[in-house]
Structures are given as C-alpha cells and as structure tokens.
Design a protein around this ligand. Structure first.
Ligand code: SF4
Length: 214
C-alpha cells in the first residue's frame, strides 16, 4: 500500500468515527478568526464560553475595534495570555475594517499580516471559511501524523507540507479537526489507547507498542 493509499484509509476511518469537524462555535468569519486566536493554549470548550460573552458584549467588528482594551482583557482572561490575545483581537478588528473592508482575507499572506495570526490560525481560516485545502499542524496533528508514519518531523511547517502531499485536498481541513477529537479521545500524548484504536491496523507506532507489550 502506498503512503497516499494508507492516508486515504486513515481519512476514511476518522471520518466515520468523528463525523463533526470544528468544535469552535462562530456565526461570522471574524468570530472564527478570533476564537482561533483565543484557542492557543486553551481548550475549545473554554473558548466557546468566553466568545459567547465576548460577542454578545461586542457584536460587531466595529464595536470590538472601538472597545476598551481592559474590558476585552477581563472577558478573555480565562483563555490565558489574555493581554496579548485581547490586543491582537482589538487590533485585528481595526485592521479588518481599514485594510480588508470588514472581511477576513482569503490568502495566507494577508492572514499572516494580521496581529497574532500564524500559519496554524491562517490554515484553519482558509480551510473552514474558504473551503481551501489547508493543514492545521497543531500539537495533535504533529503527534498523531508521526505515530501513523504519515510524516517524520516535529516541525509544524514541514508536517504541513508533508501532509499536503498525501491527503486529498478536499479532506485536509476536516482531517485536522478530526485529529484533534481523536487525539483527545484515543491517541493521547501519554498512554494512547492503541488496544481500542480503529487505526491500529494502519499504525506503525501501534504495531510497535503491541509488540513491546506482547
Ligand atoms: Fe495512536 Fe495507538 Fe491508534 Fe497508533 S494505534 S493511532 S499510536 S492510538
């Protein structure tokens, strides 16, 4: 079996196991952008609680751009790194209005020009909002892709490039969301549940662990 064929089988299994994809709640493109910014080193569950309050207090980009920074800080405090995140959100809101006509841009380059937006966030936006092929190389994606033998590097950009070559373009974005669910559910950083893993027959790391245990 080629690596592409194995990748396709892995995609199919995860699709079956985890039908839903992104767990961040949003009703506008800019809301997803800021929710993603808040999710750095924070759980999606907590982000969803915080954004509910944030977007009910500041329902438009304009209101966020004009908001008192301390008020944003207070609301986003539970997400950690709150001052930096609040600053990024307020500044990005202003820039989205002045530079992009109130719309989230649809290119990597433009997204990366916004405060606090890195490749991970930019790829999530490109995939989820614009339906473009995009790999979000977060901690789950990096760990699990290495275990599955889909790549052999911990460097996020190299993981992104490696997966882009072997995962069907239309599947890339959701595949990464599913890896997050899978990484919390079965293939955790410590003590992965290989014995009950639906990918065990496709996973070199699982085979190695079974051999060692046996
Ligand atoms: Fe992760 Fe184990 Fe499943 Fe491999 S077999 S994907 S290491 S849980």
């Amino acid at each position: 079996m080629t690596i592409r064929e194995r990748a396709a089988k892995i995609v199919a299994v995860l699709k079956e196991e985890y039908p839903s994809s992104c767990s961040l709640v949003s009703t506008a493109d800019w809301q997803l952008l800021f929710a993603t910014r808040l999710s750095a080193q924070c759980t999606d569950e907590r982000v969803n609680i915080v954004t509910k309050e944030l977007y009910s207090r500041f329902p438009t980009l304009q209101s966020l751009a004009e908001a008192d920074l301390e008020e944003i800080c207070e609301i986003v405090r539970p997400c950690g790194l709150f001052r930096t995140k609040a600053n990024d959100i307020k500044n990005s809101a202003g820039q989205l209005i002045t530079r992009f006509g109130g719309k989230v841009p649809d290119t990597m380059e433009e997204l990366l020009s916004l405060p606090g937006v890195g490749r991970k966030t930019a790829n999530l936006i490109l995939g989820d909002i614009f339906g473009k092929p995009a790999i979000v190389a977060d901690t789950h994606c990096i760990r699990i892709s290495n275990r599955l033998g889909l790549c052999d590097t911990k460097d996020p950009h190299k993981v992104e490039l490696a997966l882009k070559k072997i995962i069907e373009p239309a599947e890339q974005s959701d595949f990464c969301h599913r890896l997050v669910h899978f990484g919390r559910d079965k293939c955790m950083a410590r003590g992965p549940r290989c014995g009950e893993c639906p990918l065990s027959g496709l996973c070199p790391e699982g085979a190695l662990r079974a051999k060692t245990a046996g």
